[in-house]
Design a protein around this ligand. Sequence first.
Ligand code: GSH
Length: 207
Amino acid sequence: MTMQLCFSATSPYARKVLMVAMEKGLESEIKITPMATFTTESDIWNQNPLGKVPVLSTREGTILCDSPIICEYLDSLSEETPLVPRSGEGRWQASNFHALADGIMDASIQRTVEIRQRPADMQWEEWHTRQSLKIDKTLQVFEAALTAGKFAKTFGIGEITLACALGYLDFRYADENWRKDCPALAKWFEEISQRASFIKTSPPEGA
Ligand SMILES: N[C@@H](CCC(=O)N[C@@H](CS)C(=O)NCC(=O)O)C(=O)O
């Protein structure tokens, strides 16, 4: 059965899933269906009771609703280019990097929702500060891990997710310049940004 991906071009989680599909050579098996989010009118509610993208309808027709589980499913479809080592310490390292980079996305999305959905006179400054603290602290963890040579030699799930999280910071918060305190990460990101899967999934400018 053709897989179907409920997608939003501005969602870093959806971008991660599509990048995973591309890195695994599965792109041609997936029909991409754009979905509106943050509205009760959207068809996304018929796919996911949480009203969020991404959602994947699998080869078997099972509906998967959260990006980590979708990535795990796609990775399981072939032994080629495994995105998570199948066993050993590397497995937990990769999964932890995945969770931390997802956390950068979570904190960034919290800020974006606050800024874009909530009236200007109801903005809660402390909330932005708290989310920014999470982002800054996690970026420093990645900066230290990269400097200590702890990134995977291949482009694994942790690296893909981090690339999407940094891409999202550039997309929504370019003026805050995350690069200033993360020189190693900035250099790594410049190289990673040349990958076809990253270029092809860039969010549309001005969206
Ligand atoms: N934990 C989820 C998060 C997905 C998520 O928050 N998606 C956002 C778009 S970036 C969304 O659809 N939000 C709509 C809503 O919260 O109503 C995942 O990893 O897939």
